[in-house]
Ligand binder design. Sequence first.
Ligand SMILES: *[C@@H]1O[C@H](CO)[C@@H](O)[C@H](O)[C@H]1NC(C)=O
Ligand SMILES: *[C@@H]1O[C@H](CO)[C@@H](O)[C@H](O)[C@H]1NC(C)=O
Ligand SMILES: *[C@@H]1O[C@H](CO)[C@@H](O)[C@H](O)[C@H]1NC(C)=O
Ligand SMILES: *[C@@H]1O[C@H](CO)[C@@H](O)[C@H](O)[C@H]1NC(C)=O
Ligand SMILES: *[C@@H]1O[C@H](CO)[C@@H](O)[C@H](O)[C@H]1NC(C)=O
Ligand SMILES: *[C@@H]1O[C@H](CO)[C@@H](O)[C@H](O)[C@H]1NC(C)=O
Ligand SMILES: *[C@@H]1O[C@H](CO)[C@@H](O)[C@H](O)[C@H]1NC(C)=O
Ligand SMILES: *[C@@H]1O[C@H](CO)[C@@H](O)[C@H](O)[C@H]1NC(C)=O
Ligand SMILES: *[C@@H]1O[C@H](CO)[C@@H](O)[C@H](O)[C@H]1NC(C)=O
Length: 637
Amino acid sequence: MLPNLFQTYSFFLLILVLVHAPRVLSKNDEAYVNCGIQVRCANMEISYPFWGGKRPSYCGYPGYELKCNGDAPELTMMDVSYRVLDINTSSQNVIVARADYWNDYCPDKYVNTTLDAALFNYTSTFPNLTLYYDCPSGVRRYPNSFTCSDTNTNISVFYTATGSDTVTVSCMDNVTVPIFQSAADDIENGLAGSITQLSAMGLLREALTGGFGLELIAINNSLCEGCVGSGGQCGYNATSNEFACFCPDMPYPSTCPNNTNTGLAVWKKKAGISAGVSVLIVLFVMVGCFRIIKCLLAGKTLVFWKKESEDDKNMEAFARNYGSWAPKRYNYSAVKKMTNSFTCKLGQGGFGCVYKGKLPDGRMVAVKLLSKSKGNGQDFINEVASISRTSHVNIVTFMGFCFERSRRALIYEFMPNGSLDKFIYNRGSSNENLNLEWKTTYQIAVGIARGLEYLYRGCNTRILHFDIKPHNILLDQNFIPKISDFGLAKLCQKTESMVSMSHVRGTTGYIAPEVFCRNFRGVSHKSDVYSYGMLVLEMVGGRKNIDVQVSHSSQIHFPTWIYKQLQPGKDLTVLRSITNEEEEETARKMVLVSLWCIQPNPSDRPSIDKVVEMLEGSSHLLEIPPNPFMFSIQNTP
Ligand SMILES: *[C@@H]1O[C@H](CO)[C@@H](O)[C@H](O)[C@H]1NC(C)=O
Ligand SMILES: *[C@@H]1O[C@H](CO)[C@@H](O)[C@H](O)[C@H]1NC(C)=O
Ligand SMILES: *[C@@H]1O[C@H](CO)[C@@H](O)[C@H](O)[C@H]1NC(C)=O
Ligand SMILES: *[C@@H]1O[C@H](CO)[C@@H](O)[C@H](O)[C@H]1NC(C)=O
Ligand SMILES: *[C@@H]1O[C@H](CO)[C@@H](O)[C@H](O)[C@H]1NC(C)=O
Ligand SMILES: *[C@@H]1O[C@H](CO)[C@@H](O)[C@H](O)[C@H]1NC(C)=O
Ligand SMILES: *[C@@H]1O[C@H](CO)[C@@H](O)[C@H](O)[C@H]1NC(C)=O
Ligand SMILES: *[C@@H]1O[C@H](CO)[C@@H](O)[C@H](O)[C@H]1NC(C)=O
Ligand SMILES: *[C@@H]1O[C@H](CO)[C@@H](O)[C@H](O)[C@H]1NC(C)=O
């Protein structure tokens, strides 16, 4: 009887509070409150003059609507969608990229980039990238051409960045896309250095995903600055078609009057908040008492507040499936403590930051704190699931994770020598310590291959990493390489030889053609073999594979150049610091193996266990691979 009475009583109280609380709390103007909500999309803060999503249209200027499309805000202009890559509110500039050309070169509809002149202007003069479609077969011999294929059509495409290419083309359609001058220069320099079709496509991709700058010209920023300075929120009055300043009490045309932020208004606001808080406290006490009494009566354990999100449920399911294998879960305050409140930053990436930390038992760890907007909970769980399965000398040891609503962190063993990239791209560096001996370079290459071999050898599930690159290889105190960063990894059943993927994974320069180009099919573990080959070539060259800053244009594309050095009469002593025959033999093995790994056709690439075998055998047993850059996309099945 008592619980029931109590329940009814609390229920009425709750209704009472729910009816009154908003009124008590919202003495503030609704527009002021709504436009003050912080909205973020892909790590960018959406504020005036932008609106969209949780921000009603009156919080921005008409035409400046942003829709959050998962991993980027998008704006639509003249029926074309643009991904917003960066917002600079103070200069009122944005960097945008064509959404239809994001990892795709043959969209369904060909549309030029045309600005809505009332809303946008270019931030400077941008060169046009021009893509020509349905070209006569004659232009195919150039590296800046390729074919988009799907089941019913083959579309030949030809592109040029500055129009300095003097080929007269009579293609059916053409589309202009503005790109940054530096991206246009890269393409021009690359073509002048006679790079391959595949490398040229990498540059095309970088140009299109680099975007261009737009200035927001429809608004007067000083109006908004004045409004914000007076304590208001910037917005727009659709009736008068003018700027509006939403102040705590009501909207004003430009700024909030002095008194809204002081005296009465603040008093009202404070009173509202304290009333609300008191009501909440009473409510908590009521619920608490009710629960305690109920439990005392029923003799049950006490469960205070149980609200599980979908991600939490998935995490619980994951922990259940893994049983004793499940890695240790830390709460956020423990993570904060072990990193000494995130004081020692080791590095930063697109995912977030890495900090140095110490476990209670004294072991040193690296804590990767993922930025809040990065990916959804399921991705994080996948990453934890991938790394929890691994235990190998060439895979970084995973020590635990934190998953507390939007707070996510991964805890790894600490690697004193950091990542491999700083040992590769050290040309001109006076720091001798960063120069790896050939023996060490070779051991690192073998170690990474062993790590990959381990990932694919799993009994039921294999792990495809999809982001093998120097930044993701860590080195311990003895320069033993450890594969890290499984953020893009994919778990797949052993029976699956091909993997289907919903979106492109990887980093330009290391992605296998079949992963980033929809002309190709058949993503498999051979895609990691390709990235591995590119990585080993960078280790051999001690530089980026494409580097326009080298002194000889023939060396811009290292893989092409090194391939030529394998021809009879040439040798590899041209490489940095090769002093004896043994080192030449080591370098030759690494070059031959990596050139096999970067064959455009996945079936021509060796499997990773074969790679280990090739590296450990003698270079005399290795055949010279076909030139990986002499292929035409049309010839690939
Ligand atoms: C925004 O633009 C201003 C003015 O052009 C510039 O000084 C500032 O560095 C930019 N901010 C960012 C974060 O790029
Ligand atoms: C794009 O603009 C060019 C001229 O700058 C024009 O010749 C071409 O037809 C336009 N393409 C489309 C698809 O509208
Ligand atoms: C647009 O920008 C160009 C320079 O990039 C400038 O010459 C032109 O006046 C601007 N137009 C408007 C309407 O602001
Ligand atoms: C780029 O192409 C557009 C037409 O689509 C044209 O108006 C503009 O002038 C071109 N820009 C340059 C720098 O040639
Ligand atoms: C597209 O090209 C491939 C290879 O050249 C060829 O086998 C196929 O028949 C072509 N498809 C069409 C629709 O022309
Ligand atoms: C672009 O295509 C149109 C036909 O769609 C053609 O009239 C025009 O000359 C082409 N422009 C260039 C620069 O090839
Ligand atoms: C912007 O607004 C300020 C303050 O109202 C005004 O002084 C200035 O003339 C305006 N600028 C433009 C370009 O309209
Ligand atoms: C919008 O402007 C009209 C006309 O100036 C005014 O009557 C109205 O109160 C304004 N509304 C808001 C929400 O500022
Ligand atoms: C607001 O306060 C400033 C100084 O505190 C004063 O100069 C100004 O006249 C006041 N404005 C109004 C509208 O009361």
